[in-house]
Ligand binder design. Structure first.
Ligand code: FNR
Length: 180
C-alpha cells in the first residue's frame, strides 16, 4: 500500500520525529511504499482565507489523495494538537476533493511525560472525526520518551515495544480492508 507518515515537531532533536522515522522504517520493512512529511515539510504559512495553499501544502495534499493510509506522529502541546500540525490539517481541510473522507489513520505520540501524549491524541480524534477520517481505536504512545526511545526511535520499554508491531498490523489490516 501507499502510506503517508506525517508529524514530529520543528525541533531538530524531536522525539516524535525520531519515533516517526522508526515507524516509517517498520512499515517499509513490511513491503509498503512510505512517504514521510516531517520537520521542514510541515513548516507552512499560517492558514489564511483567500490565499492559495503553499507548494508544501499542495505536495502534502497530492500525497494524501493517493494514499491508502496515514500515520500521524504528534507531540502533545497543552493536551492538544501542536500549532504547526493543526495548521497543516486546516490547510488540507479546505482543499477539494477532501483528502480526509474515509482515510484510515493511525495516531502515535511520544512525550517525556507519563501519559505519552495520549491526551493530545484525543484532540486529534475530534478533529479527524469531524473531517470524516477513520481512526484506528488503538494508538501508539511512548511515555518517558526522553529515556525510552533508542537512537533510531525504537521504544525500549518492553511493553511498548511489544505493542507497536501489533498496533501497526491492526492499522494495516484496517487500511487494506478500506482502501487495499
Ligand atoms: C509541551 N509538552 C507537553 N508534554 C505533555 O506530555 N503534555 C503536554 O500537554 C505538553 N505541553 C507542552 C506545551 C508546549 C508549548 C511545549 C513546547 C511542550 C512537552 C512535550 O511533550 C515535549 O517538549 C516533547 O519533547 C515535544 O515533542 P518533540 O519536540 O520532542 O517531538
Amino acid at each position: 500500500m501507499r502510506l503517508i507518515v506525517m508529524g514530529g515537531s520543528l525541533r531538530s532533536e524531536s522525539l516524535n520525529t525520531r519515533l516517526l522515522r522508526h515507524l516509517a522504517g517498520a512499515l517499509e520493512a513490511r513491503g509498503h511504499e512510505v512517504s514521510t512529511f516531517a520537520s521542514e515539510a510541515l513548516r507552512l504559512p499560517l492558514y489564511e482565507d483567500g490565499v492559495a495553499p503553499a507548494e508544501a501544502a499542495q505536495a502534502l495534499y497530492a500525497a494524501l489523495r493517493e494514499a491508502q493510509g496515514l500515520v500521524i506522529v504528534s507531540p502533545e502541546y497543552n493536551a492538544g494538537i501542536p500549532g504547526h500540525l493543526k495548521n497543516a490539517v486546516d490547510w488540507l481541510s479546505t482543499m477539494r476533493p477532501s483528502p480526509w473522507m474515509g482515510l484510515p489513520v493511525l495516531l502515535c505520540a511520544a512525550s517525556p511525560g507519563a501519559f505519552g501524549g495520549a491526551r493530545g491524541l484525543m484532540a486529534w480524534r475530534v478533529t479527524l472525526a469531524n473531517m470524516g477520517a477513520l481512526v484506528l481505536p488503538e494508538a501508539i504512545t511512548v511515555p518517558h520518551a526522553d529515556q525510552q526511545l533508542d537512537a533510531d526511535g525504537a521504544p525500549t520499554d518492553a511493553r511498548t515495544a511489544t505493542s507497536v508491531p501489533k498496533v501497526l498490523d491492526g492499522f494495516l489490516g484496517l487500511a487494506s480492508r478500506l482502501r487495499g
